[in-house]
Structure formats: structure tokens, C-alpha cells
Design a protein around this ligand. Structure first.
Ligand code: ATP
Length: 294
């Protein structure tokens, strides 16, 4: 079965600066690096590295062909990653000497997806496939509706949290994936506790405190511990977790088996610097023996 990821692809540009710039100030960066990011790309890479066939549906601009090539190197199918006239989505990440950061994000091609391309892509989806989207593109609801009509399971990662975007997705999602902050924001916005939301399942990631899975059909909730590690960079931990969770479900694992494996993959990721480029492969995750002391 295939995981269909409707999602964003971002170039992350990192600049090291002596301090964060004041209005009107021009500063020379002492270091620059570029990485592959965006929640869609991260989840697609994680699901592919986790062993699943993955189709990424989205767009990059003329400046984003290196990202398309890198996604393909990681095993993601980019047949439905359009080349748009818009600039690619990107993030300008400035980090000062104390580690404080300032981030500017431009959605670009991610926010200019065309309905006709979504229709063409999902015409290939089959019953039993999995659809996943997040909030960094346009057309999430349209994509989810097509996926539902074709018999796919709809998974929605409600991030970055935007109340109107989330409200639009609640009645079409089978599984909702949130972090603790997003879960609180959703409860404040809807007035409903997670277990009262109209979705079949909810996974709440709790950082170093692990994962809570709520089966809203039975009303049961189950907690899973995180794997104790010394965190170096937690960026992309949630996306790694979600991609690995879906890869596990795709090959028939139960939630009880897929969640600990996804938590192990995310823990290994947080020991490494970077986002999509730092996501481990399934064999690395399976053979990794986490440090006993964390
Ligand atoms: P991000 O936005 O940084 O990608 P997130 O806020 O969406 O992450 P988290 O809840 O922080 O998601 O992390 C997702 C999962 O990754 C956690 O449930 C846990 O399994 C694992 N994880 C995150 N941080 C740590 C950590 N410090 N130690 C071990 N595991 C971690």
C-alpha cells in the first residue's frame, strides 16, 4: 500500500550571526548551511526511510530542483511534485551566539498548489492507501475529500496550528496527530477534550514525555514512554514520529506496535542535527541500542 503525503517542501537556510539584527541593521553571517525541510518533506522522508512506498504531492519552484532530487534519493516518489513558477517554500533561520533564533517562513509554491494536479495525483490512489497532510499547503480539505472518496485512511497532523484550518479537517480525519501545545490550543478553540473530538483516533506527542494514543471509539487512552536520549536537535521529531507511525501502519503493524517504533525513530533523530537529512533509516532504528542512561 502507498502513503500519499500532500505536503510542503521547504529549503531551510541557516545563518550564524553574532547577534540577531536590529531594524535597519546589516550583518555578516559567519556561517551558512542549507537543508531540506518542510513538514510534508519531513514526513514523506520519514515514511520512506521507515520502509513505505511514498508519493509526495506538492510543488517546488525553479529554485527547488535540488530538493526534488534529494527527496528522490531518500526513496520518496516525486512524480506528483510539481515544478511551479512560484519560489519554493523556504525558511530563513538566523541563530545568534547564544543559540537564540529568528525565523522567517515563506510558503511560496507550497501555498499555490493547483486543484487539477491534486485530482490527477489522487486518481492513482487505491483503497487501503493512507493519506496524510499538514497545514503548510493549500487544498488540504480538497485532497482529504478525494482521498476519503477513494477509500483511503485520512491522517491529519494539525501543525502549524491554525484554528480555522483545523476546524475544516476534523470531520474528515480518521486519525489526528498533535503535539501537546496543539492539543491544548485545539481544546481551547473547540471547548472539547481530545477524547470528545469527532475523529476515530488521536495521537498526542509529548516530547521527552512520550506519546498518548486515544481511541475515541472505545474511549480508551494509552501512554507510551519516549526513549531516553540526550537531545541535540529536536527539530523534525514530530514529523519523524508521524512518518514512521504511518509506515508501520502501512505494513500492517497495530498502533501498539507502530507507536514505540516511531518513538524510537524520533528519539534517534533528536540525537542528530538537521531535519529531513537527519531522519534515520529503518535498519538504523532497528539496530540502534539507545544509551541506558539517556
Ligand atoms: P517538532 O515540532 O520539533 O517536530 P513536535 O512538537 O511536533 O516536534 P514532539 O512531541 O516534541 O513533537 O516529539 C515527537 C516525538 O519525538 C515524541 O513523542 C517522542 O517520542 C520523540 N521525542 C521528542 N523529543 C524527544 C526527546 N528529547 N527525547 C526522546 N524522544 C523525544
Amino acid at each position: 500500500m502507498t502513503i500519499w503525503c500532500l505536503g510542503s517542501v521547504n529549503a531551510d537556510h541557516f545563518y550564524r550571526l553574532p547577534h540577531l539584527p536590529a531594524p535597519g541593521e546589516t550583518l555578516a553571517a559567519s556561517d551558512y548551511s542549507r537543508g531540506l525541510g518542510g513538514k510534508g518533506a519531513n514526513m514523506a522522508v520519514a515514511a520512506a526511510r521507515g520502509g513505505a512506498p511514498v508519493e509526495l504531492v506538492g510543488a517546488v519552484g525553479p529554485d527547488g530542483l535540488w530538493m526534488k532530487a534529494r527527496l528522490a534519493d531518500y526513496g520518496v516518489s516525486v512524480r506528483h511534485l510539481a515544478e511551479s513558477a512560484e519560489a519554493s517554500g523556504h525558511a530563513i533561520i538566523s541563530v545568534d551566539a547564544a543559540g537564540e533564533n529568528q525565523i522567517t517562513i515563506y510558503g511560496g509554491a507550497n501555498r499555490a498548489l493547483e486543484p487539477a494536479r491534486i485530482d490527477t495525483a489522487f486518481a492513482e490512489a487505491r483503497e487501503g492507501d493512507i493519506f496524510v497532510c499538514q497545514n503548510e499547503t493549500n487544498l488540504q480539505r480538497a485532497g482529504a475529500d478525494i482521498a476519503r472518496s477513494r477509500g483511503l485512511r485520512v491522517v491529519y497532523a494539525a501543525a502549524p496550528f491554525e484554528v480555522e484550518a483545523v476546524r475544516k479537517m476534523l470531520d474528515v480525519a480518521d486519525l489526528l496527530v498533535l503535539n501537546a501545545v496543539e492539543a491544548r490550543q485545539l481544546q481551547e478553540a473547540t471547548g472539547l477534550a481530545p477524547e470528545a473530538l469527532p475523529v476515530a483516533g488521536i495521537v498526542i506527542t509529548l516530547g521527552a514525555d512520550g506519546v498518548r494514543w486515544i481511541d475515541t471509539k472505545t474511549g480508551q487512552s494509552r501512554d507510551f514512554p519516549a526513549v531516553a536520549v540526550t537531545a541535540v536537535d529536536t527539530t523534525g521529531a514530530g514529523d519523524t514520529f508521524t512518518g514512521y507511525l504511518l509506515a508501520g501502519l502501512d505494513r500492517g503493524l497495530s498502533m501498539e506496535a507502530a507507536i514505540p517504533l516511531a518513538a524510537k525513530a524520533a528519539a534517534l533523530k533528536v540525537t542528530r542535527r538537521g531535519t529531513a537529512d537527519a531522519i534515520p533509516s529503518l535498519s538504523e532504528v532497528e539496530t540502534w541500542a539507545p544509551p541506558a542512561h539517556g
